[in-house]
Each structure stands twice: as structure tokens, then as C-alpha cells.
Design a protein around this ligand. Sequence first.
Ligand code: ADP
Ligand code: MG
Length: 479
Amino acid sequence: MSTEIWAQFLERLKNQVNDRSLTYLEGLSCRCMTDQQWDLCLPDRSTLNFVESNLSDKIYDVICDVLKSHSLNTQISVSYSLENDNSREEKTEPGFLFDPIRVVDISKQNIQKAAFQVGRSFLFPASEDSPIVSSIEAREASHLNPNFTFDNFIKGGSNEMAYCAAKAVAANPAGAYNPLFIYGGVGLGKTHLMSAIGNEILQTSNLRVRYMTSEEFTNNYMEAVHDGRMKEFRDEVRKNYDVLLLDDIQFIAGKEGTQKEFFNAFNDLHSANKQIVLTSDKHPQEIKDLEERISSRLVSGLFVDIQLPEYETRLEILRKKSHLQNFYLPDDVAQYIAAKVNSHVRDLESCINRIKASAEIHNEHISMALAQKMIEPYYQSRTVLLDPDAIMQSVCRYFGISLDELLSKSRTKPIVYPRQIAMYLARTHTSLSYPDLGRAFKRDHSTIMNGVANVKKALSDKDAELQFDIKRLEDELFK
Ligand code: ADP
Ligand code: MG
């Protein structure tokens, strides 16, 4: 009953205030609701002051309206307090017309959850079978990072397809693309996009969402085997979730038992019409040691890739990320970074952080000179540029393969490995764009992007053999 009243109150209030006031009301929650008293909370002092001085009459009227529509006592008082003010005792006297509810249990939940919860009820008033309180539990059970949303994901040519597919899945879980498989190099936004799907589904439906890394899946499976709790493990995944988001699926490759378990879980969930979203750093068919039956199952839905962001997207990311941090990044500096740092989104973030920290520590103005000082040492390019043919020839010589083989369609490791190294070296030591490189390698530009991203990923994972080969080749090329 109380839940329903609260939901109706929010819905009516939402329709009676302007957008500015609405932003102040986003953090509104109810500590306690009785037949004589409503105890409302706001997350911070300035919001509390604003709401108390400007909106309390309106709030009071709306409360009376809602109570009247339920034929309840309208002689109530409304008090306001800060959400983290734990000194306030909750009233638990008997004689309520309806049970007191704690819409937010302040002792246990943080402000973010409170804000989320109210945000949700603004959009979708809770029904009897989906009490407001449960949205906090649903969020907690989801294991999702609430900061990864569609709103703060920057769209660009490199991720557009993945973004649109993700939006479609969020709008129509298990009805659009199932499974959705997102792949691409490290730090390009896969986890962000996958989480955005989950966050949106949580906000717009009562579906139970679960985000899980493949490492967690593996560990849970191994623990279950060890403790003889396989039934619980199986039930957990199959019965408790409507949407499963499994991150970095390449992690299960080569692990026989986990792969088998995953395959069965996948099939069961899929046939029960539950949405599955997966990510990986590679196309399913390029994941080494992944069983064939699994990779072909994975590509049975939609698979979309995320590429390295191009200049415009990098610039937009820099602008938006600095803005989100309330940090003013002059546009010429943003353009300089976007031109210089052409790798992961994570690198762009770390550039902002480095410049920001330096400006703060030295109390310096943000200028091009400062940016150059902070960025240059990390993103030095060699001054001598090579031509791609010379690179390909050196690579062929080094690996003992012919140029025809390097440029062939062969996907065997002895050819793919040198080919991707040649792509990486050509990208690093020539000024050619991806389309230019595509022509040089007789391939689509996206294949080059993927090849380069794979090598970068392996380098960042400290693949010793690869590091050695690249060092030898660079020494040879620059000698
Ligand atoms: P991945 O899972 O592909 O390795 P993440 O999703 O963890 O990458 O992204 C790394 C960081 O970059 C995160 O902080 C994420 O928010 C950010 N990021 C990546 N792509 C974008 C984008 N298009 N817009 C905004 N932020 C992004
Ligand atoms: Mg990730």
C-alpha cells in the first residue's frame, strides 16, 4: 500500500514541477511514511534547502491529493532531513493506517542507490509485485557498474553499429538480437556498452539482470565442482536471471570444464528466451582454444565489433570526459591530444587525468605547452617514417614466409601472426591511415584495425615472444 502511494505521489509530483525543479527532486526519498507523518530526505544540504523553500507547498498538496484519492487521513505533517542523517529515529508507534515503509534503508544503502531508485520510480511507478524497495535489490544483484550508461557513451564511426545493436537489445531484451556478441580491442568500451544495456533494462523493466565476468563464471564453476554444489550453481544462473551479461568470454577458452558448463548454460538460457550479451577481445572464430561448437553458437546471433576511435570520436571523448569531471580542457589542447593519442579510450582518459593532476599540483594554467610536456614522452613517435613495403619485406624475411603468403587470405597462425605484426609496425612507423594501410595489405581497413589492436593488446599483456619479435624487427628496420 505505502509503495503504491509513494509511486503515485512521485508520478503526480513529476507532472507538476518544471524541469529545473525535477533535477532537485531526483534524489528525493522517503525515510518513513505513516498516517500522520511523511519523513522525506534529500541527499545534500543545498538540495534540501531548495526543496524546502521552493517545493514544499507543492509536495504537501500532492501528498494530500494522493491520500485523498485513497480516502486516507490528509492531516499529516511533512518533514525534511538529510539522507545520511542517522541521528533521526524512525517512528514505529502502532496505530498506522498502513505500514510504515522505508523506501530507502539509509543505514544500508548509499546515496547513489537512493537516487537510482527514485529515478526508476519516476519513470515507472512500481506495482504491487515490483515494490520500489526491490529495485535496490535488483540493482545490487545485477553487479552492474551504474556509471556505465548510454548517456555517457560517446558514439562515433568506430562503435556505431555496436551502439545501435546495444540500444536495440536494451529496448527489446530477447526480442532483438540474441545473443549479442560485442568484440574489439582492450579499452574500447565493450564493458561500458554491455553494462549500459543492463542499466537501461533495470531502469525500464522488472527483468533480473546479471553482469558477470567470465573469470567470475569460471571461479564460481570451479568452486561449485570443488564443493559438490553443481546443482546450486546451475540453478543460480538459469533461474535467477532474465538477462545475462558475460564479459570477456575469451577467458574461458582452453578451460574444458568451464566451456562445457558455459555451453550448456548458454543453450538453456537461450531456449528459455533469456537475453544473453557477451563480449570478447576477438571475433569468436579467432579465439584460440575455444571449442568449435561454442564459437559457431556464439555467432548465431548478432556480432558487432568496436574499433579504435577515429579522430572526431577521440576529440568528442576528450571534450565529454573532461566536462564530466568539471575540468576545463581548452579545445586546442583537446585537438592536440586527439591527434597524438590514437589508441584506447583509456589512454585518452589517462591523458586528461595526467594534465589535470599536473595543473592542480603546480597550480598551472592548462596550456598547449603543459599538454605537450605531459603527453609527448608517452606518445613519442619515431621521427623516421618507413614505407609499408619495406616493413612487409623485413617481416617476411624474419619469419621465412613469402610476400604472397603474407598478403594471402590464410588464417593459420604461422601467417596471421607475422601479418598482424606487419600491420602493427606499419601503423606505428608510417603516416598512413587505416584505409591506406588496407590498400597496402589488400584488405579492408577494419581488418587492419583489428590486427593492430590484437598486437597492442598482446603487448600490453606482456606477451614476451611478441615483444621480442617486434624489438628484433624494429632494430632491423631502424639500423
Ligand atoms: P573494454 O571493456 O573494451 O576493455 P571499457 O568498457 O572498460 O573497455 O572502457 C574503458 C574506459 O573507456 C571506460 O572508462 C569507459 O567508460 C571508457 N570508454 C570507452 N569507450 C567509450 C565511449 N565510446 N564513450 C565514453 N567512454 C568510453
Ligand atoms: Mg572490458
